[in-house]
Write a new protein. Structure first.
Length: 383
């Protein structure tokens, strides 16, 4: 019998509802594909509000200890206060476990009315660097002693023209983190027989961080994949499986709207990746169906890519699709392809039958709105 342990964090807001709908679908797909011979063993870990209520901490050490030795985990959304309060638990976990690659496949599900004319042309996978950039958490509020000290240093030692009243954030980016992210993206492109990897950056303005990311990306491509990749300049004369392109982030936001068929795998920095993965998800019908995973070299943490949706929490309205499709990514990664295909097929079928949660129903004319729980039951029946 093939058994895999998956640690799971329920999450805040709509977290418990989407889990309640998602787990039976993921288990059902495994059972449907392999009967009793394959099984996922679920073990709950505490984090967020539930952890705070039960043990008085948002991210208990016990959870961190288990995740440190884990291979597979899944999480619902965790709330983060804006502009005050504790640091994002998501960011803390990404950094603590060195989950350096955030991977989000974005493709269209037939039948959803998208804001663009040809959403079916979108079939991309975003590899977002997950540990550095302005997410490093080195930020000081305007007027604090730390901000003043840093500004004094910048003005006096480096002759930088910084307003003494500014709030200050730091954007550290390294060769090591940039190269390992781009390497992972290129390996994925080769494994999955995709045709290009585009390095997305804002290097025209931030030369030594964003621009360096692009240079390091090309360097690792040359150093490790010389026989398998080529640049756009070499396209006319060469015939290697993967083309490495680069695009400035603002131009890329236009390009994915105007010519999405020209882009395949995107490798990018942390902040750009955050923006572009949500923008692409919107292009194909929203966050409710966007799966994702955060990976280190040992741990894969699959997640619902949306947040806690506080306005609909507890109202049986949330779409569990993001978590369910993240489950399909997990099954794909452990080689249980039939179960993963069955989940994606079940989602296609529910959309074709126009029986979906409200967020999708708003994008499908004539659709019947069903609750979170019922949507899960429909998917289970469709497997
Ligand atoms: P959000 O993703 O929670 O909500 C944005 C919009 O999408 C809202 O209109 C919401 O109702 C809707 N929505 C989100 N998920 C949905 C679903 N599954 N089904 C139907 N509709 C859905 O983003 P927001 O409002 O910016 O953040 C709320 C909280 O979530 C914040 O505390 C934020 O820090 C946290 N958050 C956590 C994430 C994570 O754990 N990975 C990711 C994004 C936000």
């Amino acid at each position: 019998m093939a058994q895999k342990t998956v640690y799971f964090i329920e999450g805040d807001g709509i977290g418990p509802e989407v889990w309640g709908a998602a787990r039976p679908v993921i288990d059902g797909a495994v059972q449907k594909a392999y009967g009793k011979s394959n099984k996922l063993v679920w073990e709950e870990l505490l984090a967020g509000q539930k952890a705070f209520k039960e043990v008085g901490e948002y991210l208990p050490q016990a959870t961190m200890d288990v995740l440190a030795g884990a291979e597979l985990a899944m999480k619902g959304p965790l709330g983060t206060p804006v502009g005050k309060g504790f640091r994002s638990l998501n960011v803390t976990m990404r950094q603590a476990f060195d989950l350096y690659a955030c991977i989000r496949p974005i493709r269209y599900f037939d039948g959803i009315e998208s804001p663009v004319k040809h959403p079916e042309k979108v079939d991309m996978v975003v590899f977002r660097e997950n540990t550095e950039d302005v997410y490093a958490g080195i930020e000081y509020a305007s007027g604090t002693p730390e901000a003043k000290r840093l500004i004094d240093f910048l003005r006096s030692e480096l002759k930088a023209d910084v307003d003494a009243a500014a709030g200050i954030g730091i954007k550290p980016m390294t060769e090591r983190a940039s190269k390992r992210l781009v390497e992972k993206a290129i390996r994925y492109a080769l494994d999955q027989k995709r045709s290009s990897v585009t390095l997305v950056h804002k290097g025209n303005i931030m030369k030594f961080t964003e621009g360096a990311f692009m240079n390091w990306g090309y360097e690792v491509a040359r150093e490790k994949f010389a026989d398998e990749v080529m640049t756009e300049a070499e396209l006319e004369t060469g015939a290697k499986p993967v083309v490495i392109k680069d695009r400035i982030a603002d131009a890329m936001f236009q390009a994915v709207l105007q010519a999405p068929q020209d882009y395949d795998i995107i490798a990018t920095t942390n902040l750009n990746g955050d923006y572009i993965s949500d923008a692409l998800a919107a292009q194909v019908g929203g966050l409710g169906l966007a799966p994702g995973v955060n990976k280190s070299d040992t741990l894969s943490l699959y997640e619902a890519t949306h947040g806690t949706a506080p306005t609909i929490a507890g109202r049986d309205k949330a779409n569990p699709g993001s978590l369910i499709l993240s489950g399909a990514m997990l099954l794909e990664d452990i080689g249980w392809h039939e179960a993963a295909d069955s989940i994606r097929g079940a989602v296609n079928k529910a959309i074709a039958a126009k029986r979906v949660t409200v967020d999708l129903a708003m994008q499908i004319s004539g659709a019947e709105t069903v609750g979170c729980k019922e949507f899960g039951e429909i998917l289970l029946a469709n497997l």
